[in-house]
Ligand binder design. Sequence first.
Ligand code: B1M
Length: 215
Amino acid sequence: MSDLQAIKDAVNKGKRKEIAGLVQAALDAGTDPQVIINDYMIEAMKEVGARFEAKKIFVPEMMMAARTMQAGVDVIKPLITGDNKIEKLGTVVLGTVFGDLHDIGKNLVVLLLESSGFEVINIGENVDPQQFVDKARELKADVVGMSSLLTTGDPHIKDTIDAFKASDLAGKVKLVCGGAAVTKKFAVDECGADGYATDAIDAVRVIRQVLEISA
Ligand code: B1M
């Protein structure tokens, strides 16, 4: 099995102790870190999700896969972030919506935004609408990002956007949504978010766009 296939296999099977060595070997062989994340680790997580849905595995196995992926991303993180704080393009406050504990996708969005020159404050998971508003005010956010992985998160996205609209920050802070359970139609057209991003790379593009930062 190649190093890259072994990385996919390790995430799939939750082999947390093996992942760091495998990722380091792939990096040493010259593999692009983004390829390791996007083409192997995220692909493995999709397979894990499909097996969970088919009831072939259960929450503990899904948890082990998630921890394994996070351990792999931790090896890559220093390579991606670097020292990119000189050109600060804006402050982004990012959290996972109320009721949702998934954090891997959000953490990848944090990573890519930081590496693209943004100051990012990760306010965690299960964040209720008022917490989003309070943190945005306290940290003087230019953008608030909401991540949602569960379809049950839709009302919480709407409540969070409504809380901003009803607050003193209305129109002052741009609101961007993303995550597997969200659609552009729902977030932007129905709830009034300023932007919707499909993945971590797209999040950088969309946040630059809503802040009118030219290419
Ligand atoms: Co959960 N889970 N989970 N889970 N889990 C899903 C999401 C699910 C699709 C699995 C399935 O059934 N196929 C399903 C949701 C179904 C639905 O709502 N329709 C599900 C379920 C049901 C559940 C529980 C309810 C299970 C249970 O307890 N019975 C439970 C809910 C707990 C809760 O949150 N309250 C639960 C729990 C868990 C674990 C704790 C075991 C673990 C999470 C661990 C963690 O995050 N630390 C877990 C995992 C690992 C998954 C899957 C397998 C993988 C998620 C993941 O990390 N993907 C997932 C199935 C799947 O996604 N195929 C599943 C990799 C990650 C890089 O992708 O998060 O999509 P993703 O992020 C992407 C984009 O979405 C986007 O960019 C990221 C990078 O490209 N993005 C943004 C994300 N946020 C963004 C924000 C942006 C922009 C882009 O701007 C602000």
